[in-house]
Write a protein that binds this ligand. Sequence first.
Ligand code: DAT
Ligand code: MG
Length: 145
Amino acid sequence: MLEVSLIMVKPHAFATKRMGTIISMLENNNFHIIGMKSIKLTLELARKFYFVHEGKEFFERLIKYMSSGTVAAICVEKNDCVAELRKLIGATDPSKAAEGTIRRVCGTTVGKNAVHASDSIENANKEVRFFFSDIELYSYRFIQY
Ligand code: DAT
Ligand code: MG
């Protein structure tokens, strides 16, 4: 089924110029980029985005880090997009992520693991809406070449 998902490039990966590598990996794996922007999150926005983790030991560190620099939000579209994207990013800890995954290639630690990706279809739709309005997204199905 054609789905969308949200991938967010985290501050460290953005600042150390891993955007080109990450976008190439998305394109080489047949993800259609249908929306993209860079943004500096506030603490409040980061708190809102990661609210499911509120109360966890790492929560304050996570939201402080996510609001510490520029991030890129990328909306991708593909068949089975949510599961396929989770597969391409790899495990949360880059040292445990499979060879050739984005986190293995671009991540360093659990905190600085290069990217976020939505974990369910429901969350993907919410997270895409968190960053993008209607006019910022355009399904590749409608594009005339
Ligand atoms: P994922 O990003 O793979 O979906 P998650 O939803 O469990 O993982 O956690 C969200 C982010 O929080 C994760 O990308 C990095 C950070 N994080 C998770 N567990 C952590 C830990 N034990 N210490 C520090 N940061 C952690
Ligand atoms: Mg998660």
